[in-house]
Design a protein around this ligand. Structure first.
Ligand code: ZN
Length: 147
């Protein structure tokens, strides 16, 4: 066992899925619905496109809570990265996003509901394994991490 990680997960490459998102949908709700409908239980997600407005969060490590940011303007999604694992018995999407606004400023954060899609392209790479990791509450960080 390494000092640098607390869990190693090894699986096999599963389905490779791609989706074009609908104009006007909620980005996180769409990702969540996609993994539920397709029964993706563990894997990685990447996405790009543009949003009409955004909502992201930053985790205050000392206070163990998120602060939320509403960004009420159209932006490019330069990079969206996420993963799927099991939380409360069902597939759960955790994603972070980087945006570019019309002034050339980059910003981003932890993806929340409230990001309205202008256009979106999503790739999902499923990882198959007998027992996908579950997210459980971690008292050290206050986050739900892979148990
Ligand atoms: Zn996050």
């Amino acid at each position: 066992m390494s000092d640098f990680y607390v869990k190693k997960i090894e699986g096999k490459s599963g389905r490779q899925l791609a989706f074009r998102l609908s104009y006007g949908c909620d980005l996180l709700e769409a990702l969540q619905k996609i993994v539920e409908e397709n029964d993706v239980r563990f894997g990685s997600i990447n996405f790009l496109g543009a949003v009409q407005k955004a909502k992201v969060a930053y985790y205050l490590q000392d206070k163990k809570r998120f602060v939320e940011f509403d960004i009420d303007k159209p932006m490019e999604i330069l990079s969206g990265l996420g993963n799927v694992s099991i939380k409360d018995g069902k597939p759960f999407v955790h994603a972070h996003v980087t945006f570019l606004d019309s002034e050339g400023t980059v910003l981003g954060g932890h993806l929340l509901p409230g990001n309205i899609v202008f256009a979106g392209e999503v790739f999902i790479e499923e990882i198959e394994l007998p027992a996908p990791p579950k997210r459980e509450y971690d008292p050290v960080t206050g986050l739900f991490l892979w148990e």
